[in-house]
Design a protein around this ligand. Structure first.
Ligand code: GDD
Ligand code: MN
Length: 417
């Protein structure tokens, strides 16, 4: 093959399959086999180049999923249509959905190398899923959107265009700017959304109209500049992004109409409100006190109420001695604290099945040590003339910190053992 032919081949990559097909090893003489080999080599080289071209993505799309198997094929198809002419990749982050969403994505990925799934086992959480998805991609721009087709994928090119200009960090799909719509929401949900938006302004700029949006595109550097200070708690990744980092985010809100969910059900439940409260607390005081500790402390206070009620029920009518009543009340309060913490404080790493019982046993052990420390510390301070109220309160704080630190490690921290 002459250098000229090689050059022609290289400049017209669509020709190479035809050229290689001309070589038939059964009939070809040695010279044409050599030619055939070099043609194949060039073809392989070109294919490698083509792969590299595919790898140079401009836009990564991250879609968190939980039980969305009925939506991923349609979303993928619509994204392909909306993003014609843009080099993109698509990553679903699935929390081991019982409906096998991850498997549904893997089937799609068999036909398109731009698609993949991260399947997280033993974890839950929309925000943390988004963060992990973004970190697993490499394009200079990253979009986050829901799987259920409520977010209008046709807005993505306009978002990308806005960011390409260079003077913005984030483009947000907004329901609350002119031209945006909240769709078919009942009055209750619309009111809750408005309320949550108002409260968010304690930590995000007042000019941001739709901080609750889960639909946005961010410049990678802007994301990386704040990823280490994200709380990644709960549902509201956008609030988290705005409230983290030292530089304010330069943003634009683009209107879109929030559509009805395609298939499946919303995962928004009452726990989401708790998570949202925790996120705001973490953003406001998390630097000094971890939000999980606040949650643990609030539940502990409720546990005190449980304790006193049980004691009153047993001891007051004379069913038990004070000592026995006190011991039973402490036991009931611990069980109560364990289950509520498992439900709320450690929602993202909730224990189930056999782990639940093992967790309960370790929690009661930890808290028993905490109770001994509580009494010991209070007694010591009291004997040093500290006054009974401060002595008792400090005893409680010491026990609470002990219980929290130890149980977060032994009860909820480790996945095995
Ligand atoms: N990986 C993962 N883990 N994904 C989750 C989880 C989870 O624990 N919970 C929900 N998702 C996924 C859902 O599968 C869906 O793709 C997306 O996150 C949003 O969940 P929905 O259940 O559809 O929430 P929504 O429609 O009530 O609220 C959404 O839209 C609002 C308006 O934009 C969320 O994005 C809100 O954050 C947003 O405010
Ligand atoms: Mn939804």
């Amino acid at each position: 093959m002459t250098p000229l032919q090689t050059a022609e081949l290289a400049s017209t990559p669509t020709d190479w399959p035809a050229t290689t097909m001309k070589v038939d090893p059964a009939t070809a003489d040695t010279a044409s086999i050599v030619d055939g080999v070099s043609a194949v080599a060039i073809a392989v080289g070109l294919a490698a180049d083509a792969d590299r071209a595919v790898l140079a993505r401009e836009l990564s799309i991250v879609v968190p999923t939980f039980n969305e198997s009925g939506n991923v094929a349609e979303l993928t198809r619509r994204l392909g249509e909306a993003l014609r002419g843009i080099a993109w990749e698509l990553v679903y982050v699935d929390d081991d959905s019982p409906d096998d969403t991850a498997e549904a994505v893997r089937r799609l990925a068999q036909h398109d190398a731009r698609i993949r799934v991260i399947q997280r086992i033993g974890r839950r959480g929309l925000s943390s899923a988004c963060v992990e998805g973004v970190l697993a991609t490499s394009a200079p721009y990253v979009a986050v959107m829901d799987a259920d087709l409520q977010h209008d994928e046709r807005l993505l090119p306009a978002m990308l265009q806005a960011l390409r200009q260079g003077d913005l960090d984030i483009a947000i799909g907004s329901r609350y700017v002119d031209g945006g719509q909240i769709g078919e929401w009942d009055e209750q949900r619309a009111t809750i959304s408005r309320l949550a938006t108002r409260v968010s302004h304690a930590v995000v700029p007042a000019a941001l109209k739709d901080p609750m949006s889960g639909f946005f595109m961010i410049r990678r550097e802007a994301f990386m500049a704040r990823v280490h200070s994200l709380s990644a708690l709960g549902f509201k990744i956008l609030v988290d992004l705005f409230a983290s980092g030292t530089q304010p985010l330069r943003f634009v809100e683009l209107p879109y109409a929030f559509r009805a969910r395609h298939a499946g059900q919303s995962k928004l439940d009452s726990h989401v409100a708790w998570d949202y409260g925790m996120l705001l607390i973490d953003k406001l005081i998390g630097r000094w006190i971890p939000a999980r500790f606040v949650s643990f402390g609030l539940i502990g206070s409720a546990g005190v109420v449980v304790h006193m009620s049980v004691l009153a029920l047993l001891f007051k009518p004379g069913l038990t001695s004070f000592q026995l009543g006190q011991a039973i009340a402490a036991g009931v309060a611990m069980v109560f604290n364990f289950f509520v913490n498992n439900l709320l404080t450690y929602r993202d790493q909730r224990l189930r099945g056999a782990r639940l019982l093992r967790g309960l046993a370790s929690f009661m052990l930890v808290c028993s040590v905490g109770a001994v420390a509580n009494v010991g510390v209070a007694q010591f301070l009291f004997s040093r003339d500290q006054g009974w109220v401060p002595a008792a309160l400090i005893g409680i704080v010491v026990a609470a910190v002990w219980n929290f630190a130890t149980s977060s490690f032994y009860t909820w921290g480790r996945r095995s053992g």
